[in-house]
Design a protein around this ligand. Sequence first.
Ligand code: ADP
Ligand code: MG
Length: 709
Amino acid sequence: MYRKVVDYAEQPLEKMYGENSFSDAKMRERLPKSIYKEFKKVQNGDKELTIEVAEVLANAIKDWAIEKGATHYTHWFQPLTGLTAEKHDSFISPTADGSVILEFSGKELIQGEPDASSFPNGGLRATFEARGYTAWDVTSPIFLKEDNTGITLYIPTAFISYTGEALDKKVPLLRSMDALNKQAMRVLKALGNKDSKKVITTVGPEQEYFLVDKEYFEKRMDLVLAGRTVFGAMPPKGQEMDDHYFGQIKDRVAAYMRELDYELWKLGIAAKTKHNEVAPNQFELAVIFGTTNVAADHNQLVMETMRRVAGRHNLVALLHEKPYAGVNGSGKHNNWSMATDDGKNLLEPGKTPHENMQFLLFMTGVIKAVDKYAPMLRLSAANAGNDHRLGANEAPPAIISIFLGDLLSDILEKISNGEAAKGKDGVKLELGTDSLPKLPKDLTDRNRTSPFAFTGNKFEFRMVASSDSISGVNVILNTMVADVLKEFADELENATDKKAAVEKIIKDAYSAHKRVVFNGDGYAEGWVAEAEKRGLPNLKSTVDVLPEGKTKEVIDLFTKHGVFTEEELVSRFYIYSEKYSQQINIEANIMVEMANMQIFPSANKYAKQLADTIKSVKEVLSDADTVEQEKSLKAVLNNIKGLKEGIAELEKLIIDAQNTEGEYEQAKFYREKVLAKMEEARVYGDNLEKLVEKELWPFPTYEDLLFRL
Ligand code: ADP
Ligand code: MG
């Protein structure tokens, strides 16, 4: 039924957009001019925030929040769980006469102490000094959230230990943006750019998700507790008809999406595109790109809002990478580019030879970085859920490669062969024409099988896990590109003939790293062998790739650019190893419970039913042919036996896993032994689902979960 969330004729979209965000426009309106100007400098990184300015800001923010009905504020941060964290404080301050006044100080705005000692820290903080503090990220807009707790003022913050270590996902992201800014500016300056003051990285994530009816969801212990099904037979119909992808959106889903858009727009999040995805009941939402740290905050809010709004429609939004075996899983496409503060996209092919030279230089920088640090990039997409996707025939393979398109590859190839014709000014890297041939967007974006594709004016990294924060991947992208740009800048700054130097850099870098460029079908059989021949790493699972996060090369990279200390990298290795084990441990235990408490009782009931049938038929007709019933009964009994044995072995392995010393060794054990056994045992459970009478089956099937909405 059509339910109006809001009438945009009465409440125009451009007016309601961002009403719950303390946007730049609101700041300009509500702050004294001098304070506004001062704060802009702080946001640009040109000045430190003084407590005096913070006081004025806090006051203006408080007035706005209270006018809108807020009672609490929270420092909102992103610990290493991948989720967000918050603790709400009210604005009240009691007075002597028993009433209250509402207060919010500059100090409360800029710094908080969540006393959050229970978040994973990988040994960075001893518990006796378990306090970290939160510090306001002045570049990410403050916002109001309306939910059942009331209306709360949210302050995006970074979470840092008292000794300065990053305990969250935002601190390294901000550091990596600084690193890239520094090196990209050096390159631009060396190329003679006098207009730009800053380079930012821009990100536009596309978020995939599933919707499922809440009633069915609640009956699936695995979905409730782990976000993915550990049992489930394929229904007679899967995704083979391709009738869902970009299909008409069902009414119930459309109503959900409409409300989701509304909630996001209120927060000032630029939700742009929505459509059906490949798998049944799978969808996608893309927002318009923005500065990376804001995009990361917004993506967290998109995921939270997806979940919350779903509840109002008796739906559940599943963000897990692989809720169902046998149909496509969910990913996140991280569209990434670099831009100057005066609005130039550095990955936009230019209109003049000079711009093109610059474009090709930055382009080559990205290619080199991706080849050089491919294992790190692969690591940024690794989690237990994504292991079910990457490398299966639905998502990019676990091999990192770049799609450039034939046109661009050809240009770079020619330059690297020294074939580039030079014009009279000697600048023409672009083969004797005055500008690059135009790269039509639809030409560059045809290859959907590439994990890292150039799509006209940005790169699209398609491996990212759907449930993950996008911070991790962008920390890595920013830092590895910064590192290559540093090398370029070192060379350029020392060169007298800049144009010759650029040409040489492109030539050398492309020749050395073009092995990572692959324009073919990433899903094709031959690619794995071909990639191996080229020496490209194929790191199949999380445990294969975790150690790549603390190799000497990686530690050098991140410490050189001040993004991570060695301790921070090592702590993350432990945290993510442990997280992996915990995830598989939960899934394995769910499997044991579902088998013992749900599948066996149902299967036994059905076996008895069959036996009773055979017996009573024979009583009436002693020579009755019950061969088929006996066959069914035997099949049921065989599968019960198989599952019983599998589950018994699984239970033993869980104990062995729990007793395994060492975070990483434990994760490896979970992957190699526990997960493998789960997959083996599952087959018997799924066979039983197909044998046992539907009425007796203890939980909703894939058909219910995937097709009924
Ligand atoms: P697709 O073909 O993948 O659907 P779109 O043009 O719809 O491509 O863009 C996908 C995403 O890329 C959107 O979120 C969009 O805002 C984002 N995007 C576009 N330009 C840039 C850029 N320069 N930097 C980062 N993201 C960008
Ligand atoms: Mg895309």
